[in-house]
Design a protein around this ligand. Structure first.
Ligand code: TXA
Ligand code: MG
Length: 324
């Protein structure tokens, strides 16, 4: 059962857990977040596991200051203006990633953009001490509403995490507003803790709404990572010219033929597989194979999310939205 510790005493405990690749529930000004080190794949996989997320939706990376934000993402002038006006605060900006930023691809679900936010209070202090960004979705199990008190977090996720940092009831109580710059305009991807009108006033222009290449609704992302190669699931054999994405220690027949090879987890560990998924798909895609054959992956635990993501990658391309 998770321990609830007051924000005044929790900093060292939280740091130790995060440094060890574990997750911690923390207060932010919007809602409680379930945080893990955004550069550590195991920590990020544990977030999805604890939430019981059926899919790998991309997560928000939380930063301590502008220097950290600029090491992770590339700011256009409009986004920079919003960051200066509203950070720290309940605003999330979707920005192009800076190559080599060290963010684990599971955080962004393999996208080339990243959602960034600078939180107020305990979260900001913790990130500054850790010296690395924290990936954090709202601290609720999948399908439930976001938690705004430490007690609500513990009642929901308490059996699956070790520490809930208690900062009292969150002042905003609503998730952050998510905005993405698009060709000199700004699109509202999710209404939230900062009113759209306040953002419009700060930049002197109206926000675009609806549609777009980003999220349609909270948790709904239209553009998914789709490799250039075709993807063939549940492969029991490997055909000529195929790359192989393996799992566990039983190989598909003819695996020696594979033009490129990665094993998500030799020991059949689904958490390890989740942390390797996006990077290995990208490696095999870059190998130039026409098809990536994927060995069967069980559906229990994180396997459901892994299979969900793989089946999206394998879906017919003509009804797939272009990724941006
Ligand atoms: O206030 C908040 O935003 C809280 C606190 C903990 O920071 N976090 C939160 O996270 O609400 P979550 O995971 O529940 O919602 C994040 C939203 C999702 O709808 C996700 O699809 C979107 O952000 N998102 C993340 N990365 C994105 C990207 N690269 N492009 C478009 N949308 C993205
Ligand atoms: Mg949420």
């Amino acid at each position: 059962m998770a321990e609830i510790v007051g924000a005044g005493e929790a900093l060292e405990r939280a740091l130790a857990l995060l440094q060890g690749g574990d997750v911690v529930a923390i207060p932010t000004e919007t809602v409680y977040g379930l945080a893990g080190d955004a550069t550590n794949g195991i920590g990020v996989a544990r977030i999805f596991e604890a939430k019981g997320r059926p899919r790998f939706n991309p997560l928000i990376a939380h930063v301590a200051d502008m220097a950290m934000a600029e090491r992770i993402a590339l700011f256009d002038p409009l986004s920079k203006k919003l960051a200066i006006a509203f950070w720290p605060g309940p605003l999330t900006l979707v920005l192009p990633q800076r190559p080599g930023n060290g963010i684990h691809p599971l955080v962004t679900a393999g996208l080339d953009t990243i959602a960034l936010r600078m939180p107020r209070g305990f979260g900001g202090d913790l990130i500054a001490r850790l010296g690395r960004p924290l990936a954090a979705p709202s601290a609720n199990s999948s399908g439930k509403i976001s938690a705004t008190t430490a007690q609500a977090v513990a009642a929901d996720l308490g059996a699956r995490i070790r520490l809930v940092v208690d900062g009292g009831a969150t002042p905003v109580g609503l998730e952050s507003t998510i905005v993405k710059a698009e060709a000199g305009r700004l699109r509202l991807l999710r209404p939230g803790g900062i009113a759209a009108e306040d953002i419009e006033a700060a930049v002197g222009m109206e926000l675009l709404r609806g549609g777009g290449a980003g999220v349609e609704a909270p948790g709904m992302l239209a553009s998914h990572y789709a490799p250039g190669a075709a993807v063939r699931l549940d492969a029991r054999t490997v055909a000529e010219g195929e790359a192989l994405l393996a799992f566990g220690n039983l190989r598909a027949a003819g695996w020696q033929r594979a033009t490129a090879f990665r094993n998500l987890s030799e020991t059949g560990d689904l958490r390890e597989a989740a942390t390797n998924l996006f990077a290995y798909m990208q490696d095999l895609d870059r190998s130039g194979a026409r098809t990536i054959a994927v060995e069967p992956i069980p559906f229990d635990g994180l396997g459901e999310a892994i299979n969900d993501r793989l089946s999206r990658a394998a879906a017919p391309r003509d009804n797939t939205q272009p990724t941006t």
